[in-house]
Design a protein around this ligand. Structure first.
Ligand code: HMG
Length: 387
């Protein structure tokens, strides 16, 4: 059977971050609540001129060659940071990347889960049409009300993946296990810029749904827990992944091994929650920080509030080390600028929320593309003006 999966993968994250120690100092609380309690160091903060489109285009532009661009016939953009109720954000990205006109472009939504839905759809499509290539991008800005308990779990990133036959990074292996349950743990009605969230309930449901997805994966004939060399979890904050792993270890009667999750949390601790991108950012982190995963199985646990959970397996391909983007990822994070609390608050109050029809945004963004503003209700994206 032809292997199908991830041929290329890379992430982009905004050029600014807030150190969680600053947030703790502002609120007079112990910074260890963030560093140890939720397992986070800092979060990426997009400036006014970054949105889910510019983030996605920047992630994809970094991994694609002109040959890839000519070959892609489907673009799937997973996001819950949508900018329009009708027009798909994928269409702006299609133009910015110069994809061919006979390429379909679709936006997918289900909270943090939709990139996994996109991966399954893309792999099924390529399995039926092995010469085709799909560009899958997960792109999000996690934003909560200021001074809420969730504020420390903000963040932002986009992960781009090229899905093909005979992939060089990882192949999807076996059936997935799924669990869907209608629950109000986290949601964002159309009139709101920030979500409503029942934080404690959401962590409970995440754990219950993870267990149910794992049990379904087993019922579908999935691999034994012990046969996985690495696990990647949806990471709203890294402690959540640790708790999910503890739960799966317990129900499988296996001693906990933090060596199977630690490498997959390094980027997420520095970037914060990136919703749809978080699980795939964890995969980038594991690929970049584990010594050698060639031929090994990676267990992937996807969770999206509302809720859907899915457990699936990836087989890491021989030679993936030559394809990983460890140096580029390290440079992206090393070049970020720390924000003061005043700058953070300025970026948090996105100008586009208060002024809709015309808006000219100054250049803060650090990537190749930026959201330049709005003209007569039409969003404008341009190449960044170089300093
Ligand atoms: P909170 O209620 O303020 O925090 O916010 P807490 O009091 O529960 O403390 C957190 C942890 O820090 C606890 O550890 C404390 O003991 C510890 P735990 O008992 O859980 O192991 N702690 C300390 N540790 C060391 N030194 C100290 C200290 N003080 C306390 N001094 C909450 C936590 C998760 C509620 C909040 O961040 C929140 O609402 N976040 C947003 C919701 C969220 O991320 N939920 C996760 C599951 S749902 C999900 O993942 C989906 C999502 O990504 C959205 C989507 O699908 O689209 C969110």
């Amino acid at each position: 059977m032809t292997a199908i999966g991830i041929d290329k993968i890379g992430f982009y994250s905004p050029a600014y971050y807030l150190d969680l120690a600053s947030l703790a100092a502002r609120d007079g609380i112990d910074p260890q609540k963030y560093h140890q309690g939720i397992g986070q160091e800092r979060f990426a903060m997009p400036p006014h001129d970054e949105d889910c489109v510019s983030l996605a285009a920047n992630a994809a532009a970094a991994i694609l060659t002109p040959e890839d661009i000519a070959a892609i016939d489907t673009l799937l953009l997973a996001t819950e940071s949508g900018i329009d109720q009708s027009k798909a954000a994928a269409v702006y990205v299609h133009r910015l990347l110069g994809l061919r006109p006979n390429c379909r472009a679709i936006e997918l939504k289900h909270a943090c889960y939709s990139a996994t839905a996109g991966l399954q759809l893309a792999c099924a499509y390529v399995a039926a049409n092995p010469k085709r290539k799909v560009l899958l991008i997960a792109s999000d800005i996690s934003r909560y009300d200021m001074h809420s308990a969730a504020e420390a779990t903000q963040g932002s990133a986009a992960v781009a993946m090229l899905i093909s036959a005979n992939p060089r990074i990882a192949a999807l292996e076996g059936n997935a296990g799924c669990h869907t349950h209608d629950v109000m743990d986290f949601w964002r009605p159309n009139h709101r810029h920030t979500p409503l969230v029942d934080g404690k309930l959401s962590t409970l449901i995440y754990l219950q749904a993870s267990e149910a997805a794992w049990r379904d994966y087993q019922a579908q004939g999935g691999a034994d827990f012990a046969s996985f060399a690495q696990f990647c979890y949806h990471l709203p904050f890294s402690k959540m992944g640790i708790k999910a792993h503890q739960r799966l270890c317990k129900i499988n009667d296996i001693a906990e091994d933090s060596g199977k999750i630690a490498a997959g949390m390094i980027y997420n601790r520095d970037i914060g929650n990136s919703y749809t991108a978080a699980l795939y950012l964890s995969l980038c982190s594991a690929l970049d920080h584990r010594d050698d995963l060639s031929g090994e199985l990676v267990g992937m646990l996807s969770y999206g509030s509302g809720c859907v959970a899915e457990f699936f397996a990836l087989r890491i391909q021989d030679g993936y080390i030559n394809q990983r983007r460890k140096n580029e990822h390290a440079a992206l994070l090393a070049n970020r600028q720390a924000l003061s609390l005043a700058q953070y608050e300025d970026f948090w109050h996105r100008q586009e929320y208060s002024q809709h029809d015309n808006l000219d945004l100054p250049n803060y963004a650090g990537g190749k593309y930026r959201f330049a503003g709005i003209e007569n209700n039409e969003r404008r994206y341009t190449l960044r003006e170089k300093a």
